[in-house]
Design a protein around this ligand. Structure first.
Ligand code: ADP
Ligand code: MG
Length: 378
C-alpha cells in the first residue's frame, strides 16, 4: 500500500481529541457471479457510489398487473460492485487504524447473508484480493517501520470464533475459551492466545493457520463458518504490555442463519437462536451507543459481551452490510438493509421524506432490470 495517509500523532503523546463513539454504517454490493448469471438470475440492486442503494422488487397489484417496487435506503457510504477492497478499506477500516494509533478501540464488522461477500471483504478471497485486515496490517507495519514514529510499539494478534455461544481459539487448536467479567466489569477471555508478530508476512501466516482451523471443524454441506462469528484482534502494546490501541475485524455468521431458529432439527434450531440473539444484541448495542442511551445491553449475547470493551470509551465502529445483487436473494438483501438501517438511522436534514425503504411504486408494467453479466468470480 503505497498511498498511506498519515496515521495521526504518535501514541506516546496519546492526545485523545474526542472521547465518544463514532459509528459508520456502509453497504457493499458484490457483482453477480458467473454461476448466478448462468442460472438466469438478474441484478436487482442499484448501488452507485454514494449514499443510496435501491432494491427493485417485482410485485403484482390486486389485478395481478406486475410492477417494480423500489426500496430505497441511505447509508454513510454505499459501495457498488466495481469497488475494490482497497477502496472499501480507505473509507472504512483506514480511519479505524488511525484511531487505533491514537490509542483508541476500533471495530469493523461484516454483516450479511452467506455468500454476500463478508469473508471476501474482511479476509480476502485470494492473494490478489487482500481483505481489509491485510490492508490494515500493511498500513500498521508501514507506519511502525517506515515512519519510525512508534519504535516501541509491539503488535499482537488473536483470533477466535464464537460458535453456538462458545468461544474457540483459532490460534490454539480450537481450545475452548471462557469470557468473564472481572471486579472492574472488564471482560476477560481467559487463556486466549495472543501471538506477537513483527511483519506483515508473519501475521498473514498466523491468520491463515487460524482460518484453516475455522474450516477444519466442517463436515457436511453447510460450512461451519457461516454459523460462527470470527473475531480477529490486532493490538498495539507498549513493551510493558499495556494496551496502546486495539482493533477488531469481525466476520459475522450468515444473517440468514438467524431464521434457523425455526428449524425442526434441534441442533440447528439452537444454533439459529444463538445467532439471532447475537445479531439482535449487536444491533441494539450499536444503536444505543449511537443514541448515547444510558444503558447498553452488552450482556445479551456472547458476541456483544466480548466486544464490550471495544465499544465503550473512545471507540470507532464501522459496519459493512454485504449484499448479493441477485433477484433470487431479494428477501435476504432487504433484510440486511433493514438491519443496517436500524443499526444507525442516518441523521440528515431533508432526508426524512425520502428515507429508508419507503416504497415508490415506480412505473407499472416495468420489467426487472437485466444486468450485463460482466463480472464473475464464482
Ligand atoms: P460470505 O463470507 O458472506 O459467505 P464470501 O465472501 O465467501 O461470502 O463471497 C462469496 C463468493 O463471492 C466468493 O466466491 C467471493 O470470492 C465472491 N465475492 C464476494 N464479494 C465479491 C466482490 N466484491 N467482488 C468479487 N467477488 C466477490
Ligand atoms: Mg464467509
Amino acid at each position: 500500500n503505497n498511498d498511506i495517509q498519515p496515521l495521526g500523532s504518535p501514541c506516546a503523546s496519546n492526545k485523545k481529541q474526542k472521547v465518544g463513539q463514532q459509528i459508520t454504517v456502509c453497504v457493499r454490493k458484490r457483482p453477480l457471479s458467473y454461476s448466478e448469471c448462468k442460472a438466469g438470475d438478474v441484478d436487482v440492486v442499484t448501488a452507485t457510489e454514494g449514499q443510496c442503494v435501491i432494491v427493485h422488487e417485482s410485485k403484482k397489484t390486486v389485478d395481478l398487473t406486475p410492477y417494480i417496487s423500489q426500496n430505497k435506503f441511505y447509508f454513510d457510504h454505499v459501495f457498488g460492485e466495481e469497488s475494490s477492497n482497497e477502496e472499501v478499506y480507505q473509507r472504512t477500516a483506514h480511519p479505524l487504524v488511525q484511531h487505533m494509533f491514537r490509542g483508541g478501540n476500533a471495530t469493523c464488522f461484516a454483516y450479511g447473508q452467506t455468500g454476500a461477500g463478508k469473508t471476501h471483504t474482511m479476509l480476502g478471497s485470494s492473494s490478489a484480493t487482500p481483505g481489509l485486515y491485510i490492508l490494515a496490517v500493511q498500513d500498521i507495519f508501514a507506519h511502525l517501520t517506515t515512519a519510525r514514529l512508534y519504535p516501541h510499539l509491539l503488535v499482537y494478534v488473536s483470533f477466535f470464533e464464537i460458535y453456538n455461544g462458545q468461544l474457540f481459539d483459532l490460534l490454539d487448536h480450537r481450545k475452548k475459551l471462557f469470557a468473564r467479567e472481572n471486579g472492574q466489569k472488564v471482560v476477560q477471555i481467559s487463556g486466549l492466545r495472543e501471538i506477537r508478530v513483527d511483519s506483515v508476512s508473519s501475521l498473514l501466516e498466523v491468520v491463515s493457520k487460524g482460518t484453516s482451523q475455522r474450516t477444519q471443524g466442517v463436515s457436511g454441506v453447510n460450512p461451519l463458518s457461516s454459523r460462527s462469528h470470527a473475531l480477529l484482534q490486532i493490538q498495539l502494546k507498549e513493551p510493558n504490555q499495556q494496551n496502546a490501541g486495539r482493533m477488531w475485524f469481525v466476520d459475522l455468521a450468515g444473517s440468514e442463519r438467524a431464521s434457523d431458529a425455526k428449524e425442526r432439527d434441534k441442533r440447528r434450531r439452537m444454533e439459529g437462536a444463538e445467532i439471532n440473539q447475537s445479531l439482535l444484541a449487536l444491533k441494539e448495542c450499536i444503536r444505543s451507543l449511537d443514541k448515547k442511551a444510558s444503558h447498553t445491553p452488552f450482556r445479551q449475547s456472547r458476541l456483544t459481551q466480548v466486544l464490550k470493551d471495544s465499544f465503550v470509551g473512545d471507540s470507532m465502529t464501522c459496519m459493512i452490510a454485504n449484499i448479493s445483487p441477485g433477484h433470487s436473494a431479494t428477501e435476504h438483501t432487504l433484510n440486511t438493509l433493514r438491519y443496517a438501517d436500524r443499526v444507525k438511522e442516518l441523521k440528515r436534514k431533508g432526508d426524512a421524506m425520502e428515507k429508508r425503504g419507503r416504497k415508490t411504486k415506480s412505473s407499472y408494467k416495468q420489467n426487472l432490470i437485466h444486468s450485463n453479466c460482466s463480472t464473475a468470480s464464482s
